[in-house]
Design a protein around this ligand. Structure first.
Ligand SMILES: [Zn+2]
Length: 424
């Protein structure tokens, strides 16, 4: 019979060196201290936000036949991106031969799709539970890589159009926005430690976009921000070799055709501003107009003889809500009808009172204009605004009626006799 007073199982001594009891003691105290700190810590919520410039970026492959179709038909990707099916129909395009469904450019994204704030144009801010800012720094200035008192950087993904092989067509859609891109609550169960914060970004054709934040290994839910769209860019490239070179999609701007827009009238040849409800134009053509639809618009409209409208994709589209219109005060069907241009400057020297054309002044070496009568240098422009009393008085005083002799002279100047003409 064997006796084992200590226990019933076999026991072999360990090879490992016995820990020194003092080290053990210190470690134990540190762990306890940490535990006490956590236990003492009242859970609280910090707020993390990021703002600046950034937006949405997509990249996707497109069939080569679509590239060819778009080139042949001078498809404007920008217009397709912000249009709808009606736009495409109006343009006479095949909806299946476009890189993305109209109005849904962000759907062409099989290579990548991200949204966020640009690493070189954003700010990170952290607020404590009382709304006091405890950290605020431009993203550009955050070094990362274990720097004290700073979050770290982490690149999730890199997407390059040039990574595709020869003859691949890649669509790159970009919407640039400004505002707050990231806003989140950070629930803390232990004291905040900024070195546990990780800023995640994607590299998108060389541009670094910060897409998310991780704290202590956990993704922080972005409950959204608010941004305003600023601009957009819709590009397509054809990869031309296996070294990452490419050719950009650059269709010529398609001329849909519309009546030619001439030059705008000078003040002295402007008609008064007419109320559309009272007076209609008599001559077809372009007029400056003010109309109301979703606000007041000042612009140029075409009068087709019966209604005002705009030309879109070669089609006349009537515009309702025209308030006033204004055109030339002479028949522009031929430029020969133009009345002579009146004088436009007055010498400010009261005793002189010279009136003439700006070009008739003498210009000195310092580019100062001098009055040909008194050599003075102060002038006033003559106001010909048809809608002011002063403008109308100046028109009466200085403007001349159409003059046949003057018109004939103009014609002669425009068609000078050549040597061969003289021989005839
Ligand atoms: Zn003068």
């Amino acid at each position: 019979m064997t006796t084992n007073p200590k226990g019933s199982w076999p026991f072999s001594p360990s090879e490992a060196p016995e820990p020194i009891s003092e080290d053990l003691e210190a470690q134990k105290i540190a762990e306890q201290q940490k535990l006490i700190e956590v236990l003492k810590f009242t859970p609280r919520t910090y707020k993390i936000s990021m703002w600046g410039y950034g937006g949405e970026r997509v990249m996707g492959t497109v069939d080569k036949t679509i590239w060819d179709y778009c080139n042949d038909n001078q498809v404007d990707l920008q217009e397709i991106a912000w249009g709808d099916e009606d736009t495409v129909e109006e343009m006479g395009l095949d909806i299946d031969m476009l890189p993305f469904p109209p109005g849904q450019w962000y759907e062409c994204d099989d290579m990548g799709h991200i949204s966020g704030v640009s690493r070189n144009a954003g700010t990170l801010q952290i607020e404590d539970e009382n709304g006091n800012t405890i950290f605020e720094k431009s993203l550009d200035d955050i070094t990362g890589g274990g720097c004290d008192g700073e979050p770290d950087w982490c690149c999730d993904d890199e997407v390059w159009a040039g990574s595709k092989s020869k003859d691949t067509v890649v669509f790159i859609g970009v919407s640039n926005e400004k505002g707050t891109f990231f806003e989140a609550d950070l629930e803390l169960k232990a004291p905040f430690d900024i070195t546990k914060l990780e800023l995640h970004y994607d590299e998108f054709d060389g541009e670094e976009i910060v897409t998310g934040i991780v704290y202590d290994g956990e993704d922080i839910d972005n409950w959204g921000g608010s941004t305003d769209g600023k601009s957009s860019d819709m590009n397509m490239v054809l990869i031309t070799d296996d070294e990452g070179n490419w050719e950009r999609y650059e269709p010529e701007e398609k001329d849909w055709g519309h009546p030619p827009i001439g030059s705008s009238p000078s003040d002295w040849e402007k008609s008064p501003r007419f109320k559309f409800s009272k007076v209609k134009p008599t001559v077809e053509g372009w007029y400056s107009a003010v109309w109301h639809s979703f606000g007041t618009t000042y612009g140029t409209l075409y009068w087709n003889g019966t209604e005002f409208g705009e030309w879109e994709h070669g089609q006349f589209k009537p515009v309702a809500g025209v308030d006033t219109w204004q055109g030339y005060n002479w028949d522009t069907s031929s430029w020969v009808n133009q009345p002579p241009e009146p004088v436009d400057v007055i010498c400010d020297n009261k005793e002189c009172g010279w009136v003439g054309k700006g070009a008739d002044r003498r210009t000195d070496d310092d580019y100062n204009d001098h009055c040909p009568e008194c050599d003075g240098t102060e002038f006033s422009w003559i106001d010909y605004d048809p809608d002011t009393k002063e403008g109308r008085a100046n028109r009466k005083k200085y403007c001349k009626e159409w003059d046949p002799a003057d018109a004939l002279e103009k014609i002669c100047k425009a068609f000078p006799m050549t040597e061969s003409d003289k021989d005839v």
